[in-house]
Design a protein around this ligand. Structure first.
Ligand SMILES: Nc1ncnc2c1ncn2[C@@H]1O[C@H](COP(=O)(O)OP(=O)(O)OP(=O)(O)O)[C@@H](O)[C@H]1O
Length: 747
């Protein structure tokens, strides 16, 4: 936790112990100019706990530099020494690195530090300031002896950079240099300093190297490949023919391709006579082909399926002068089963090209793709530094984490029937913020998308559902509407987990943890982008708690969040909404069934153990009125404890609120009834089974019956699993899936 040190509130100028810092101690007026600077870590060097843009230097000094301790004793609350270090001294000085006066002061400080006796050890941690080079050249190295003798004193200095996610490397200083036009476009967009991944990657790609980049979410990977692509094309061909393809950017989702296309436009437009084309599913492939034919296309940006389709159909597209291929979110591309399309696309491209592979998660499959598609790639890995807050004191060292340093992730251990109430509590507490909630399936998004707006406590909230089974135009509208909101809630599946750069998202709620643990960091990465602060909460059932340790080992540290005692109990309200509208009731059952079936597909099945799922509590948490007779319930393979059915209602009698829909339902029911009666009349009496048949005679033993049951259960599970795969691949749609799995009959 950061706190405002008392001393910092009243530090007078010229009271610096060693006289180094005279003239730039914090005064009220300098604090006003530099408001972030008053938030400094409790202990020096707690860099990652300070607010955005603050960097710290620690000074370990020898005793002869001992200050007038009396003046510090008066500020005990601030000067409280860390336990076991009686001579520790904290002193904070705020410096705004953009101010010439402050820059000069730091330079003076560093010069003086360099002339101190060798016993003085100066430790600079993570300083990305113009003085970094100077420090490397002049400062004595850190020695531990002074500290061991109990002589440690610490002075903390904090530098404020415009954004701590940026380096001090300007785009104009990159080597090989960027063109004037790109620099202008960058500066017009307000991009002056590179992020670490940009500083590392742009020069490599621009100097004919292939790269495999692994950098945290929100670290600026898009510009890290868009800028080199534009620069390479500028150098390669001044006037490409309309159907000469020079560059391709492949990304896994339509939304992400859209985003990349729009980010790239200001830079691509600096290339004369170069035309770019966005190629994604959801629109007629013929209209894309017509457009390419008429207007030409030199840069293709899109999803693998559509790109592959177009490249195969349009054999007049010319790849002879092809320069650069970018695979964004490479692991996702492979996860989604696009391996075949990607291999085919690569096979159409010349071998002599540059390839960049970008991802925030590296997997075996990505490694394999890198081996197959890249030539001697340079690996670029950029990690955030963060303190593991729940680690033991001895190991409270900054460690590299997979998530951005400004991101705080919590887990909320909660029984399934309490989840909706806790969710509502979080939403109320974040009323004025922008929140994204991730659910397991599209059916879950559909359900909570109709339920949450009906809760009186959430009146006035803007709730926007988004999932991959919505029509493309609806998806686009949903995303645009959430983007434009200053506060609101997006309810979505993993279709919005990767790459999307939605401004101002403060909080991520994972109502259901993702099936694929790699997706976890992409989901939480929708907040705390580019050095900003953000907050994320993941709901875990009590039996799933070992997920916390699993993530910690993967360098994703989580802190515990306690369930709120004041959360409003919303389950009765949800049930009452289901009684009033058949649509709510049906969507609830669909969400419940889809959740259970998706749960079976968890990649970490040893943590998310399907067989231990408590479906009774889960059904309560879904606000179901009765338990649907799905096989898992029928065969009592899962616990139904905790479910209290609503008995005073016949589900058949629940009507749709929508009148025309209700009319249609009534018609269908009548038709079904008549058809059944006709069938009955037409069917001849079944001949009774001959009692003499020996197989029918023999009654099965209990053991045989159990064995038979197990076989049937397993077959049923396998069948479900196969259907789920088909659904995922898009071979069947949600309705067919519901029909084939019998989910429809449960309604
Ligand atoms: N050099 C820069 N200076 C200032 N802002 C930048 C810079 N580079 C990128 N940004 C901004 O940072 C945000 C995140 O960038 P981007 O979407 O490229 O991140 P990413 O690494 O691709 O994230 P993800 O892994 O989630 O896809 C964007 O809003 C972008 O405009």
């Amino acid at each position: 936790m950061t706190r405002e040190p008392a001393g910092n509130r009243s530090v007078e100028p010229n009271r610096d112990p060693a006289g180094f810092l005279s003239g730039f101690a914090l005064t009220p007026s300098s604090r006003a100019r530099c408001p972030n600077s008053i938030q400094i870590p409790e202990r020096s060097a707690s860099l990652t706990q300070s607010r955005a843009g603050l960097l710290s230097i620690e000074l370990l000094a020898v005793p002869h530099l001992r200050p007038a301790t009396a003046s510090f004793r008066r500020r005990r609350s601030f000067e409280q020494p860390p336990s076991g270090r009686s001579l520790s001294l904290h002193r904070a000085v705020a410096i705004d690195i953009n101010r010439p006066f402050h820059r000069a002061a730091i330079a003076t400080f560093l010069r003086r530090a360099a002339t101190l006796p060798p016993a003085l050890a100066l430790l600079l941690r993570n300083v990305r300031s113009p003085f970094e080079a100077h420090r490397a050249a002049t400062l004595p190295c850190l020695g531990h002896s002074a500290e061991h003798r109990g002589l440690r004193r610490t002075i903390t200095m904090e530098f404020e950079l415009p954004n701590k996610a940026l380096t001090t490397m300007r785009f104009s200083e990159l080597n090989p240099p960027l063109s004037e036009k790109v620099l202008e476009a960058l500066s017009e967009s307000g991009f002056n300093f590179c992020t670490p991944v940009q500083a590392a990657t742009i020069p490599l790609l621009c100097s004919f190297k292939d790269v495999a980049v692994d950098a945290a979410t929100g670290s600026g990977k898009t510009l890290a490949f868009v800028i080199p692509l534009v620069e390479i094309l500028r150098r390669s061909s001044s006037n490409p023919k309309p159907h000469q393809v020079l560059g391709i950017i492949i990304s896994p989702t339509r939304e992400l391709s859209h985003q990349i296309y729009h980010v790239a436009q200001p830079f691509i437009s600096t290339l004369a006579n170069v035309k770019s084309m966005l190629l994604v599913g959801g629109v007629e492939v013929k209209s894309d082909m017509k457009k390419i034919e008429e207007e030409g296309a030199n840069i293709l940006i899109g999803t693998p399926g559509r790109l592959y389709d177009i490249m195969n159909r349009m054999d007049f597209l010319d790849f002879k002068n092809f320069e650069i291929l970018i695979l964004d979110e490479a692991d996702r591309l492979l996860d989604m089963g696009f391996q075949k399309q990607i291999t085919s696309i690569i096979s159409l491209l010349p071998k002599l090209r540059r390839t960049g592979l970008f991802s925030a998660t590296q997997t075996e499959a990505v490694e394999e793709l890198a081996r197959a598609g890249l030539r001697n790639p340079v690996r670029v890995e950029v990690r955030a530094e963060a303190k593991l807050l729940n680690a033991p004191a001895a190991s409270k060292q900054p460690e590299s984490t997979k998530t951005p340093s400004g991101l705080q992730i919590e887990y909320l251990e909660c029984e399934a029937d309490k989840k909706p109430s806790q969710l509502v509590d979080i939403l109320i507490k974040n009323r004025s913020r922008k929140v994204i909630i991730y659910f397991m399936t599209c059916a879950c998004v559909d359900y909570w998308g109709v339920v949450l707006p009906r809760l009186s406590v959430l009146k006035g909230f803007s709730l926007v559902p988004l999932h991959g089974k919505m029509k493309q135009t609806v998806r686009e509208k949903a995303l645009a509407s959430f983007t434009s909101l200053s506060n609101g809630v997006l309810l979505c599946t993993d279709v919005a987990a990767r790459g999307l750069d939605i401004p101002g998202v403060d909080c991520i709620v994972q109502y259901d943890p993702p099936q694929d643990p790699n997706v976890f960091i992409h989901r939480v990465g929708r907040t705390a982008r580019l050095g900003k602060q953000g907050h994320a909460v993941v709901f875990l059932l009590p039996k799933e708690e070992s997920y916390v340790e699993f993530l910690r080992i993967r360098r994703v540290p989580l802190q515990e969040r306690k369930c709120s005692d004041n959360a409003p109990d919303v389950v009765p309200q949800i049930r009452s909404a289901a009684k009033k509208d058949r649509d709510v009731m049906e969507k609830g059952v669909r969400a419940f069934v889809s959740y259970i079936r998706a749960y079976k597909e968890h990649h970490c099945s040893y943590i998310f153990r399907w067989k231990e799922l408590e479906i009774g509590k889960l059904a309560m948490g879904h606000g179901l009125l009765q338990l649907p007779l799905m096989p898992e319930v029928k065969h009592h393979s899962l616990s139904t404890e905790g479910f209290v059915p609503v008995d005073d209602i016949n589900l058949e009698d629940i009507k749709y609120r929508d009148k025309s829909r209700e009319k249609q339902r009534k018609k269908n029911l009548q038709a079904k009834k008549e058809a059944k009666e006709k069938e009955k009349e037409a069917k001849p009496e079944k001949p009774s089974k001959t009692p003499s048949a020996p197989t029918a005679m023999r009654k099965k033993t209990a053991r045989q019956r159990r064995a038979q049951q197990t076989i049937e259960d397993e077959e049923e599970l396998m069948q479900d699993y196969r259907l789920l795969k088909k659904l995922k691949k898009g071979t069947i749609d949600e309705n067919e899936y519901a029909k084939l799995t019998g989910a429809e009959e449960l309604l």
